[in-house]
Ligand binder design. Sequence first.
Ligand code: ATP
Ligand code: MG
Length: 263
Amino acid sequence: METIPKVNQLEATPATPAVSAVIRVEDAHKYYELGETRVHALRGVSIEIHRGEFVAIMGASGSGKSTFMNILGCLDRLTSGRYLLEGIDVSKHDKKALALIRNEKIGFVFQGFNLLARTTALENTELPTLYAKIDKTERRKRAADALRMVGLAERAQHFPSQMSGGQQQRVAIARALVNRPSILLADEPTGNLDSRTSVEIMEIFQNLNDKGLTIVLVTHEHDIAQFAKRVLVFRDGKIRKDDPVLSRPKASEVLKTLPTLED
Ligand SMILES: Nc1ncnc2c1ncn2[C@@H]1O[C@H](COP(=O)(O)OP(=O)(O)OP(=O)(O)O)[C@@H](O)[C@H]1O
Ligand SMILES: [Mg+2]
């Protein structure tokens, strides 16, 4: 049995987040209240993630991966512990303040794409800019830029039903990038995709990461995790492993070895 460090033990240490730590989590605990029962979903998670890192999170179902991602993405709050996002302690922020910071700093990609059906790729990508204080021309330009970054410039006027799963996921990535976030969070982004399309998504992530974007990705697949630079393994609400990826494949090279649809 490991002992869970007491919260005030860590709070007693002075907060000196390194400037480059985009994410700093200190002794994070999360409980969900379900009627009479309490689920202890995060049980003392502490970690730093620096600018330019590319982290993959693995672990069994129910181990706390999505709970952790929702915290990182400011979609939910910790029960105890601290979360510093670019040096700002957001753990005490209320929902409104969290929404503001999320819109400014975080891009989120989900397994199910979550695109609006009757809305073109360009308009879907543009959605998050509606909250930003920029004019319509600039919005369009940013959305078009983001679509170009994921290789979908020529699909701007397509509706989700007119695109493949991989293309829809690329629109979702463009939408996540459109406000130029400092972190991209992706919870099983390849969960609904075939293996070649999954590697194509990883190629996009590697390209974005090469340009300096910090990425945290959840995956069940060991092969997908290897495209990251660092792999965390969650178990029972704790980080059980934290290892660098030693021989990282380049997704663009792997793609050359995989059959295409035409083959
Ligand atoms: N909204 C919620 N209310 C109550 N319990 C929850 C809620 N969300 C998650 N849990 C519980 O918290 C624990 C962690 O769940 P979480 O979704 O973080 O797991 P996960 O690692 O993402 O699993 P998966 O690989 O299946 O997506 C589980 O025991 C789950 O049942
Ligand atoms: Mg999950």
